[in-house]
Design a protein around this ligand. Structure first.
Ligand code: LLP
Length: 440
């Protein structure tokens, strides 16, 4: 079993006070010390999945592991992934700058994205990122021009849309033909010819694709690898090139609820390498860039229970319990109808259970974190621990309703350290400006 198949951080237990504990830290104590809402990241779980990935591919092939930093990008997380030997898939100046300032070797960074700005391209070239994944004709021309101005050559991959529809939420599918990302296979010859004949600053190393996120069916990866391998062989033969890199993106799923059965990293490695060998084409370097499956399981969010309300619908009662966070710190339930599981940190084993709906504190009816979950009877002041919130929670958080973003702590061996400070009210107004004619 690999870590992405676990619902909870691997260090989760109940301590002798009857409280939930992660990374040797009592969650009730963490809530008291740092206040809530609070993102908690378990370092052992994070390093555990990194090692699962490395072990899964060991002995198979030259695999380069990249972490898709869009899932959660903070300086401390970048340090851990760097220590584990991962490179970074980045999609903005902000992500590039974060990993750069964290001391990452920039040759291990890939810059990806469907509308990179001139400013971002300039920063990426100045900081010497290792690869650009070129997404479209406009970008190829712009990148070549800027590289010429700077007198540098750029190693690139071509972002392709392999035409694979995998079974996941429609907003997080990316490999199908009707997608805003990448060149579809009918456009490949045109862009390769432009690179060979005109864009002399661009050094084409290989191809890149990403077919979607929260994928459970390994067959989708098998199809993707087969399409990319064939495409590389075709380009090499037709243009006398020597493309030798294939980046297959991320996408491996995680377990949010008991309904989810994501595959093991070992099975993923097997499918990928076997699909490649089927075509007896050797691709010397394969990149894989998981985000969610690296960071999701290690993260939980703590909330404190406040108000509650009982409604009566056609003779049936329903109890809403409101917590001090919601759609601004975790937009996934309202955006993708994502489901989560939770425990009550101060009484996880209490048998007096009820079915409740966990509502957020934001001014929107759709701000429901968990619809109908069975939990120990909830009272004001209880601490709820929502599992699997490491990926795409903080990274998609907002200040909706002008609420401060939560803090994040890293836990390991009974020690907790702040890795993102809680925003203050002054932080919230720090970018505001009142024109002089309106000042008091
Ligand atoms: N590589 C590329 C080019 C990507 O676009 C993505 C994710 C990844 C790698 C990482 O995929 P992962 O291993 O995390 O599935 N906000 C959505 C997920 C959007 C994913 C976008 N691309 C969510 O919360 O479900």
């Amino acid at each position: 079993m690999s870590v992405n198949q676990s619902l909870k951080p691997i260090t989760t237990s109940v301590n002798n006070k009857g409280h939930l504990e992660i990374g040797g830290c009592d969650l009730v104590d963490l809530a008291q010390e740092y206040a809530t809402p609070l993102y908690v990241i378990d370092e052992a779980t994070l390093r555990g999945i990194c090692r699962d990935y490395k072990k899964a591919f060991e002995g198979y092939h030259n695999i380069k592991m990249m972490y898709a930093s869009k899932a959660l990008c903070t300086s401390a997380i970048a340090r851990i992934l760097d220590e584990e030997g991962f490179g970074f898939d980045t999609v903005s100046a902000g992500e590039i700058y974060t990993v750069y300032k964290s001391g990452v070797d920039m040759s291990k960074v890939l810059f990806n994205g469907n509308n990179k700005t001139r400013k971002e391209i300039e920063l990426a070239l100045d900081l010497k990122v290792g690869r650009f994944s070129v997404d479209n004709f406009y970008e190829a021309e712009l990148l070549n021009k800027i590289a010429l101005e700077k007198g540098v050559k750029v190693d690139i991959l071509l972002r392709l849309t392999p035409g694979i529809e995998c079974h996941t939420h429609e907003y997080i599918q990316t490999g199908q033909i009707d997608s805003k990302f990448g060149f579809d296979l009918t456009q490949v010859d045109k862009i390769v010819e432009l690179i060979v004949d005109e864009y002399k600053q661009l050094n084409l190393k290989g191809v890149h694709a990403h077919i979607g996120s929260q994928i459970f069916e390994l067959k989708s990866f098998e199809d993707e690898v087969e399409i990319l391998v064939k495409e590389i062989a075709r380009i090499n033969e037709k243009y006398g090139l020597n493309l030798d890199e294939m980046n297959i993106g991320g996408g491996l799923g995680v377990k949010y609820t008991d309904k989810d059965c994501p595959p093991d990293t070992k099975d993923l490695a097997k499918v990928i390498t076997e699909a490649m060998h089927k075509h007896s084409v050797e691709i010397p370097t394969i990149y894989i860039e998981p985000g969610r499956s690296i960071i999701s399981t290690s993260g939980v969010t703590l909330y404190t229970v406040g108000s509650s309300k009982v409604v009566n619908i056609n003779g049936k009662t329903k109890r809403y319990v409101a917590v001090d966070g919601g759609m601004a710190d975790n937009p996934r339930p309202s955006m993708y109808q994502a489901e989560y599981l939770a425990d009550v940190a101060n009484k996880p084993e209490n048998n007096e259970k009820e079915k409740v709906t966990i509502a957020g504190r934001y001014c929107e009816s759709g701000d429901i974190l968990i619809n109908e979950i069975e939990l120990p009877y909830l009272e004001t002041g209880d601490v709820i621990c929502v599992y699997n919130t490491g990926a795409y929670n903080y990274s998609m958080a907002s200040n909706y309703n002008r609420v401060e973003k939560p803090a994040m702590v890293l836990v390991n061996s009974a020690q907790s350290d702040i890795i993102v400070n809680r925003e203050s009210l002054d932080d919230l107004i720090s970018h505001d400006n009142i024109p002089s004619r309106l000042r008091k």
